[in-house]
Design a protein around this ligand. Sequence first.
Ligand SMILES: [Fe+2]
Length: 240
Amino acid sequence: MFFKRIKTPGIAHAAYVIGNEGEAAVVDPRRDIDEYLAAARAEDLTIKYVIETHRQEDFVIGSAELARVTGAKIVNGRHELFGHGDIRLEDGEDFSFKGLRLRALHTPGHTPESMCYAVFIPDSPDRAWGIFSGDTLFIGEAGRTDLPDPKKTGQNAGLLYDMIHEKLLPLGDQAMLFPAHGSGSVCGGNIAERDESKGCTSGHGLTGCMQLAVSSWVFTPLMFANATLAARALFGKGAK
Ligand SMILES: [Fe+2]
């Protein structure tokens, strides 16, 4: 199995190339696709799929260009905001290629169409090895909820909180987090500087990231969304 994180300096963006047995997928590529092509070529992998977590607002996504050059199919969710997609996955639907399995999880909150993808690899077919979390959950922070519609910031924050707790945390602490952005991105206020999700706090993996995200909201009450999320975390209120 091949896995590589490819960062875009300046906008703190991260794309991922994941491959096995001669085939690869690229997650959330930027418009300049040369580095993805080179990474695949170096490993004798053919890029067959482009996977989108959401409609990116802070950079021009390279899905169409990558599909045009390689013939890859674009994989995303069912929400109309995605626009074009060759393979449209339902919430909870599995997508497999060459022994790798991705489980699509619809996780609205940052944006209505946002998807995460739990990754299951041959060595760990039953427990998620990782999660492509887009802008839903970063290392130590969650995605902004004021971008699609500032009037719905609080509502979206509640939704995001529920999605993280109901769909991501149950995947388990062994799952590594592979978000679309790192420290310095405008998509999250307090993203940690490291790339690895393991050992975020006293906890590990997802739980550690979530704990740190919640504590940053408590002490950085920049947005109503943050306050809402922090309050729900502290007092255990449901979001419905
Ligand atoms: Fe985003």
